[in-house]
Design a protein around this ligand. Sequence first.
Ligand SMILES: [Zn+2]
Length: 183
Amino acid sequence: MKYCYECGMKLIPKALDGEGIIPYCQTCRTFRFPIFSAAVSMIVKNPAKDKILLIQQYGTKNNVLVAGYINKGENAENAVIREVKEETGLTVVYHNFNKSEYFPRTNTLMFNFVCVADSEDLSGLNTKEVDKAQWFTIEEAIENIMPNSLAQKFLLASIGGAVRGGVPPLSICSHQVNLESAH
Ligand SMILES: [Zn+2]
């Protein structure tokens, strides 16, 4: 950030106790901390928790997670419930924070949650925002999610969380999946 977002003055670097060098506006006499957007993305599971919902948007064939920006004044949990409802018509009955990552291309901090929906019924899908929505088994979701995406990172992290509960490590899991599909 080079200029003050209130008055447009060029910011100067200035030391702030305990924070290091922070851009400072001499006109507003205020430190200007970096500003960025905040969004949520959701690993939506069916009531039996054995399937994950992946969607396609904006005319691409990439399978990604349901996601959306957090409104100003809104908390992340509410954004999770609202966005899932708006995009898929599903009602979230449970949500749990999974992982967050900063996405430089849109200057957005993304908070990922694992959610459980009240049904698998996709008849309420918002076809203006979502081209296609489909339930995948956990293994299928891992195979079909957009490679090298934040969505993939979040999904793998959520599985990794389950690994600590006694399930074999993911590398072994996906190896087994590959072996099975090869037979
Ligand atoms: Zn200013």
